[in-house]
Design a binder for this molecule. Structure first.
Ligand code: AFP
Length: 322
């Protein structure tokens, strides 16, 4: 089995980028250990604080954010970071060439029930001569990403990584502390009969999504003429991993539940990196009206609608939005 750096060197990945990815993964190995310790390490449950987005922070949100932040800033490989758990971007080494956006613990509501969680990251080049303290360096569309990935802390710890030459899976060998390549070139099947959506929001969706899901649920006697199965992990990282492994469509659409928050998922550290991983595996990632990676961000905590997964099924869903 091949280790991470040789694989990336074969792709022609710059050494500095490889070192940065290794730095992210060093933090993820520590997170994997802490998450695995569960109640033994006293890290379950919530803090009394809320993040800037008004969400209650879990103790593990705070701990994992601090771990990633410290390791990245101390490494000298990053010009600035943006995190779901930080109100503002944080300046790093002014001479560094890369910026990193991350969700330190996606699906953190799953921590207390010993279910799937993960770390999602997105790496872009810092504009030349840019000021590390200027948040506008993150206002780049997802198509500018030079690497994206997630580490899923499940029964095994799995890294999904792309540097623009396909999406690969690596599994953490916990005996030696090394991510080993376990699947070269993941490929999302074009056809699927599986969908993932939080169906409790159905009455709040826009008509296009209502109609699409109704037709899936109608099954063999409905317009689609076949039965569909549903899965929902409540951690995008777990749902996207399933889609990358066996296909499917995952969506968190626009809804009217909270007029101040029509979309749930964050562009910079959820939608963009997942879109790159999915597209690099042959799938599609859209908001319903545009390609996710074409969106020009206007705020670091910006949220977008997400529809991603198997090519033919996402195209069918998009046809309802036309
Ligand atoms: P948390 O990290 O706050 O648990 O949110 C996870 C998430 O952003 C995404 O990973 C899930 O797909 C989605 O929220 C689940 O949302 P619902 O709780 O509304 O189903």
């Amino acid at each position: 089995m091949r280790r991470l750096p040789p694989v990336l060197l074969e792709d022609g990945c710059p050494r500095e980028l490889i070192s940065l990815i290794r730095t992210v993964l060093a933090a993820c190995k520590e997170i994997s250990f802490r998450v695995g310790q569960g109640a033994l390490s006293g890290v379950l449950g919530s803090t009394l604080d809320e993040n800037i987005q008004g969400e209650t922070q879990k103790k593990l949100d705070v701990l994992t954010n601090q771990l990633l932040k410290d390791i990245l800033l101390e490494s000298g490989y990053v010009k600035a970071i943006a995190s779901e758990e930080e109100d503002f971007t944080v300046a790093g080494n002014p001479d560094a060439n890369y910026i990193v956006a991350f969700d330190p613990l996606d699906g953190s509501s799953n921590t207390d029930i010993n279910s799937l969680v993960g770390t999602i990251f997105s790496i872009m080049a810092a504009p030349e001569g840019s000021d590390p303290a200027d948040p506008s360096i993150f206002m780049q569309p997802g198509k500018n990403q030079v690497a994206a990935g997630y580490v899923l802390y499940g029964p095994s710890t799995v890294l999904a990584l792309t540097t623009g030459k396909g999406t690969r899976f690596f599994t953490l060998d916990k005996t030696h502390g090394t991510f080993l390549l376990t699947q070269d070139f993941a490929s999302v099947p074009e056809e699927t009969s599986e969908f993932a959506i939080n169906a409790s929001n159905q009455r709040h969706w826009q008509p296009a999504m209502q109609n699409y899901i109704n037709d899936l649920i109608a099954g063999v006697t409905g317009p689609r003429g076949r039965n569909f199965n549903m899965r929902w992990i409540a951690a995008m990282v777990g749902d996207v991993h399933r889609v990358l492994c066996r296909g499917g469509i995952f969506t968190y659409p626009t809804d009217t539940k909270d007029p101040n928050k029509p979309n749930k998922l964050r562009l910079l550290y959820e939608a963009n990196p997942m879109a790159m991983l999915i597209e690099q595996a042959g799938g599609i990632a859209s908001t319903g009206t545009e390609r996710i990676m074409d969106i020009q961000p206007d705020a670091i905590h910006q949220r977008v609608a997400v529809i991603l997964g198997s090519k033919n099924e996402v195209e069918t869903c998009l046809s309802y939005h036309k």
